[in-house]
Design a protein around this ligand. Structure first.
Ligand code: MN
Length: 381
């Protein structure tokens, strides 16, 4: 039976921490948050309230919009951070405070300069403080995948007891592998109070394994996945939402999870964030790349014109990829109408009927390119 997995988007927080991107304005951040809400995203991490005025204001504006999505702010494990997050989230229909601290020996010693016992203590205090603002508190063990197992389990059990309803287990440096991730989630979920929290994945793509690691974690029992549109994020980025969600949908027999995402909006979200950040996706990027559904070789085109299933495991329409798509005989009148509309032509019934006749003659010889369709339309009107 399919189980539901919570989709947690962190494009506005982790994504916008990417190096070498254009600054994204408050207006654009809010517009993107509204788009995520329309897409059916469960949780939107809108920023890191204490980090900047821009982050604070983005969270605060989205909190006032009455969204269906939960609005979330990041906060380190200290009172000032958590107070800023709580303040920014005021008025939200659903709000979450996401507090975190590093738990790996490397981070505790060299970054935090804290003893493990003090880290444990700070974690518990942070969760309890956050719980004064909302009953939806998420705790992350930063650098979880390089954390000693026994210490990880102590922290996890303690933060759940303190009131954390979500425990996030990040692969902060993108170091883990799918088989290891499965083992690590098993270990983490062996705490006695595991049933009182949702376990969450947050994978980075340094080894190109972010999506695979996230899915592996879900198979092991994690019920939330953190991700970004286009896989935007620090260094090699985060797990790409469009890849995760389409893998779960297309291979539901292997990843039996459901979610609420309106996948037809992926292209719109991808184009929006690419344009605003200036970080464009590669043409052969899975799902949202320009070539992701393009068939060039004659053998493929021949197969596709007979039956799209020959070379297509999902439809371009299902992810909102209508623009680069070339049409064939099976596309039908509706496909043609949509295509014309995407190209900027609003055809009346008579024009569409004439176009369809012209198109069917061409399509009998194989798939018809956008350029050909454009020429046909221009000859019509
Ligand atoms: Mn991250």
């Amino acid at each position: 039976m399919s189980q539901s997995v919570i989709i947690f988007d962190t494009t506005l927080r982790d994504g916008l921490q990417s190096p070498h991107i254009k600054p994204v304005s408050h207006t654009d951040r809010v517009a993107f948050g509204l788009l995520l809400n329309d897409m059916g995203i469960d949780v939107i991490e809108a920023g890191f309230a204490i980090a900047s005025k821009l982050d604070f204001n983005t969270i605060a504006t989205l909190a006032q919009k009455g969204l269906d999505s939960t609005v979330c702010s990041l906060a380190r494990s200290n009172e000032q951070d958590i107070d800023a997050a709580g303040k920014a989230l005021q008025g939200a229909r659903r709000s979450r405070i996401h507090t975190f601290i590093s738990t790996s020996p490397l981070h505790m010693e060299h970054k935090l300069r804290m003893l493990p016992e003090d880290v444990l203590d700070a974690s518990i205090k942070a969760v309890k403080h956050a719980a004064k603002y909302t009953d939806d508190v998420q705790f992350s063990l930063e650098d979880f995948t390089r954390t000693e197992h026994d210490f990880a389990k102590r922290v996890i059990e303690a933060v759940i007891d303190a009131g954390a309803s979500t425990v996030n287990l990040p692969d902060t440096v993108g170091y883990s592998t799918p088989d290891e991730m499965s083992e690590l989630i098993d270990i983490a979920m062996a705490v006695p109070n595991a049933d009182k929290a949702v376990f969450s994945m947050h994978c980075h793509n340094d080894l190109g394994l972010a999506v695979a690691n996230s899915l592996s974690g879900a198979l092991a029992g994690a019920r939330q996945i953190e991700c970004t549109i286009n896989g935007l994020g620090e260094r090699a980025g985060n797990a790409a939402m469009e890849e995760l969600v389409m893998a779960m949908r297309t291979r539901n027999n292997r990843y039996p999870f459901t979610n609420n995402i309106k996948t037809e909006k992926f292209m719109e979200a991808s184009n929006f964030i690419a344009e605003k950040t200036g970080l464009h996706v590669q043409k052969n990027k899975a799902i949202v790349g320009k070539n992701a559904f393009a068939h060039e070789s004659g053998i493929h085109q021949n197969g596709m014109s007979k039956n799209r299933n020959t070379y297509e495991i999902m439809t371009p329409e299902s992810v909102g990829q209508n623009e680069g798509l070339t049409l064939g005989v099976t596309s039908g009148r509706e496909g043609l109408r949509k295509k014309a509309e995407n190209m900027g032509f609003n055809l009346d019934k008579d024009q569409l009927a004439r176009l369809y006749d012209l198109f069917m003659v061409e399509a009998a010889n194989g798939r018809v390119s956008d350029r050909d369709i454009g020429i046909m339309i221009e000859n019509l009107i």
